[in-house]
Design a protein around this ligand. Structure first.
Ligand code: LAC
Length: 240
C-alpha cells in the first residue's frame, strides 16, 4: 500500500519537477580551472593556493551570513585570496590579484554540461548561486551558456549566502513555484543538503566520489555527473 501511495504522490502534478535550479561554482563551472593559473603565478604552490582560496571563500560566506555582515561574493572571493596568500607567505601584487579575480569570470564548464542542459531544456532551467550578478553574468556569457537559462538568480538580492533558507526561498519566489516542484542541483554536498533541508528535491552531483556531509539526512539522488540527470528525471520517481 505504501508503495502505491508514494507512486501516486510521485506522479501527481503537485509533485512533478517543473524547474531545475543549478548551483554555479563547482557544479556547472569547474573552479579547479583556476588551478593552472595559480600554478603559473605561484610555481609549486598552485594547488595549495587554489584549495585554500576556495575553502576560505566558502568559510567567509558562512561567517558573514552568521554575523549579518553581507558583502557580495566578489568581495568575499577577493578577501579569501588575500588571506590565502598571506597564510602561505606569498606576495600578491595588484596585477596578479586582478588576473586571479578575472579567472573567476572565465571558468570552464564541466565537459558534460552543455549537452545535459540541452537534454533538460523542456524544463525551466535557472542558475541559483552565491555569485554576484556581475560574476554570474560574465561566467555564463564567457561559457556561451546564456541561452540555456531562463533566470540567473543571485543571493545578492537577499544579502545572505547559502545555505540559509532565506537564500533558497529566493528561488521559489523568483520562479513562482512550490518548493516541491523545484529540483535543486549542486555538487557541493553542504549546498545539496541545504537545498534538501529547505524542501527542494535535491540532486547531488558527486564527481569526486566524496563522502556526504554528516548532517543526518540525504539528497534525493546522488549522481556521478550531470549527464545522468535527464534519464533520472524521466524515471517514475520524479515523473517529469
Ligand atoms: C555557488 C557556490 C556555492 O555557486 O558554489 O553558489
Amino acid at each position: 500500500l505504501s508503495e502505491t501511495v508514494s507512486r501516486e504522490q510521485g506522479s501527481s502534478p503537485k509533485h512533478q519537477i517543473k524547474a531545475l535550479a543549478f548551483d554555479a561554482y563547482g557544479t556547472l563551472f569547474d573552479v579547479a580551472s583556476v588551478l593552472s593559473l595559480c600554478e603559473e603565478l605561484f610555481p609549486g604552490k598552485g594547488s595549495a593556493v587554489s584549495q585554500m582560496w576556495r575553502a576560505k571563500q566558502l568559510e567567509y560566506s558562512w561567517l558573514r551570513s552568521l554575523m549579518g555582515r553581507y558583502e557580495n561574493f566578489s568581495h568575499v572571493t577577493e578577501s579569501a585570496l588575500v588571506f590565502s596568500c598571506n597564510a602561505l607567505q606569498l606576495s600578491l601584487s595588484g596585477r596578479v590579484r586582478a588576473r586571479l579575480m578575472d579567472a573567476y569570470l572565465h571558468l570552464t564548464p564541466f565537459a558534460e554540461v552543455p549537452e545535459a542542459l540541452k537534454a533538460l531544456s523542456s524544463l525551466k532551467l535557472a542558475i541559483f548561486s552565491n555569485g554576484s550578478p556581475q560574476m554570474l553574468e560574465a561566467v555564463v556569457k564567457n561559457a556561451g551558456l546564456t541561452n540555456a537559462f531562463t533566470d540567473i538568480i543571485s543571493v545578492d538580492s537577499v544579502k545572505i549566502f547559502k545555505p540559509s533558507p532565506l537564500a533558497y526561498e529566493l528561488v521559489v519566489k523568483t520562479l513562482g513555484l512550490e518548493k516541491s516542484s523545484v529540483g535543486f542541483v549542486s555538487s557541493n554536498s553542504w549546498d545539496a543538503l541545504g537545498g534538501k533541508s529547505f524542501g527542494f528535491r535535491t540532486f547531488w552531483i558527486n564527481r569526486a566520489a566524496a563522502p556526504l556531509d554528516e548532517l543526518g539526512f540525504q539528497p534525493d539522488a546522488k549522481l556521478k555527473t550531470l549527464a545522468e540527470l535527464p534519464s533520472l528525471l524521466k524515471s517514475q520517481q520524479f515523473s517529469v
